[in-house]
Write a protein of this length. Structure first.
Length: 483
């Protein structure tokens, strides 16, 4: 029986190793690999108790204590996995802002290290008689199989409390779930939590000698198999999203080439129309109606020229040169160059930055224009009668990425337009060409970054910009941005 249980314990390791080879470099795959290995050691910890006929109590007790790090360190690993899944994920904000508070105040590095230290303490206690006093030989009522079962010492309750924290962590994960915007992340976390509850339920039966230890093995098989399947599904969806983005970009590039040729021909033709219109305007004996018609032709021609010139400038932003520069100075320069429009509209700009220097691999000129466009767009979105006229820019460094949060107090953007506002010639303003935000998106993609709308209500809009700190793209983060 012991050999069978230990063999079952190899299943999570085999699955985890296979997944880690397929999805190399992902933090989530690394976390899952560690978690699956710990599940295997959890099985070994159970399996040694069934060698009652082969090994004496001292040997089994030694191995039992040694492999006990499997279940003990599964708890901080679970905490780490959930932290990876929800970190940097945009959340749908509302009245329940305390949910976002749980995400940031609970699932962070500080609490992870505290939980890790606590796990080490529990593990060390179990090496003494205070944790595990001895092993007794017991048998099931419905079977002749005998096995060792631990007798807990004075501090044996610590292990049970530690394992009970499993429920607390999953409860907090369930609370955060509805607020996540990314459907792939939300579905994976939901199924991960459900399967973890199933596994934990099977594991609880191990605490009673009447049910034996075999129930935990069933839970391990189910949990490890289902989680690996969900992980493959998550990565497949993310890769599909990424490839769809790349295919769309290829089509846009091809369309852009055709459009560039078309713009050239349109400008030539428009120049002819404009020239003949000027000639007609010099003809005597023109009626007021004729003059009005010629004036309309001239205005339309000028509008067409501006439209063609604007799109041509937009197309020129396809190739940019990047170098290491200070992002903080870029934002300050953009704010300074936007002072005229912000003062005219009485809009306050607050820039919050706690990093010095804030280096990134960027094109300073184009990125300054990105922030100028965003500031101009936000200023124009704030109505005259608004009580609070403010733009807030805040920087944040997360792993290898720089996040720039951009808030305004405008009228907001309808949810159904959160994606389309980044498409060329899509504008809700009467005088707008609809090229500001598309230009921003295009330049940021050229920087291997992204921009998205996190929240937009009648109180204002929250944009989030993500840039790689060293110019290297993290595919996992890029998948998030394109999802």
């Amino acid at each position: 029986m012991g050999i069978l249980i230990i063999t079952i314990g190899l299943i999570p390791i085999v699955l985890a190793f296979a997944i880690s080879q397929i999805f190399k470099g992902s933090k989530l795959s690394k976390g899952l690999f560690i978690g699956m290995c710990l599940l295997a050691f959890w099985q070994f910890y159970i399996g040694v108790l069934y060698f009652e006929e082969s090994w004496n109590e001292d040997v089994v007790l030694l191995l039992f204590r040694m492999f006990r790090f499997g279940p003990i360190f599964t708890i901080p690993t679970l905490f780490y996995l959930i932290s990876i899944i929800i970190q940097d994920e945009p959340m749908r904000k509302g009245n329940n802002r305390w949910i976002e508070g749980i995400s940031k105040s609970v699932f962070n590095k500080k609490n992870f290290y505290l939980l890790l230290a606590w796990s080490v303490f529990v593990y060390l206690v179990d090496w003494t008689t205070l944790g595990i006093a001895k092993l007794n030989i017991v048998s099931l009522d419905f079977s002749s199989i005998k096995f060792y079962y631990p007798v807990y010492g004075t501090l044996g309750l610590l292990f049970k409390i530690h394992m009970a924290s499993f429920v607390l962590i999953l409860t907090m994960a369930f609370i955060i779930l509805p607020k996540l915007l990314n459907a792939n992340t939300k579905n994976f976390l939901m199924r991960f939590s459900i399967y973890a509850v199933l596994f934990y339920t099977f594991g609880l039966l191990n605490f009673h000698p009447a049910t034996g230890m075999i129930t935990g093995s069933i839970g391990v098989i189910l949990f490890s198999t289902l989680i690996m399947l969900e992980f493959v599904k998550l990565n497949t969806n993310m890769k599909l999203n990424y490839h769809e983005l790349m295919e769309r970009q290829k089509k846009l590039d091809y369309t852009g080439s055709l459009t560039a040729s078309l713009i050239h021909e349109v400008k030539n033709t428009n120049q002819i129309i404009k020239g003949f219109s000027k000639m007609l305007n010099k003809i005597e004996f023109m009626t007021d109606r004729d003059n009005g018609a010629i004036e309309m032709i001239m205005k339309s021609s000028e509008h067409l020229r501006e439209l063609a010139d604007n799109y041509q400038e937009y197309m020129k932003a396809s190739k940019i040169v990047l170098k290491v520069d200070d992002l903080k100075s870029v934002i300050y320069n953009a704010i300074e160059m936007s002072q005229e429009i912000t003062k005219e509209r009485h809009v306050e700009i607050e820039f919050i930055n706690h990093f010095k220097p804030l280096k990134a691999y960027i094109n300073k000129t184009y990125l300054e224009q990105v922030f100028i466009n965003l500031i101009k767009n936000s200023v124009e979105a704030i109505p005259e009668g608004k009580e609070i006229k403010k733009i807030t820019i805040r920087t944040e460094v997360v792993d290898k990425s720089i996040l720039i949060h951009f808030w305004d107090t405008g009228n907001g953007i309808p949810f159904e337009n959160w994606e389309s506002v980044f498409n060329p010639f899509m504008s809700n303003k009467d005088s707008g060409m609809g090229l500001g935000l598309p230009f921003v998106k295009k330049v940021l993609i050229e920087h291997l970054g992204n921009i998205s709308i996190v929240e937009s209500t009648a109180m204002g809009t929250h944009f989030q910009i993500e840039l790689p700190q060293n110019g290297l793209v993290d595919l996992e983060q890029l998948d998030k941005g394109s999802a």
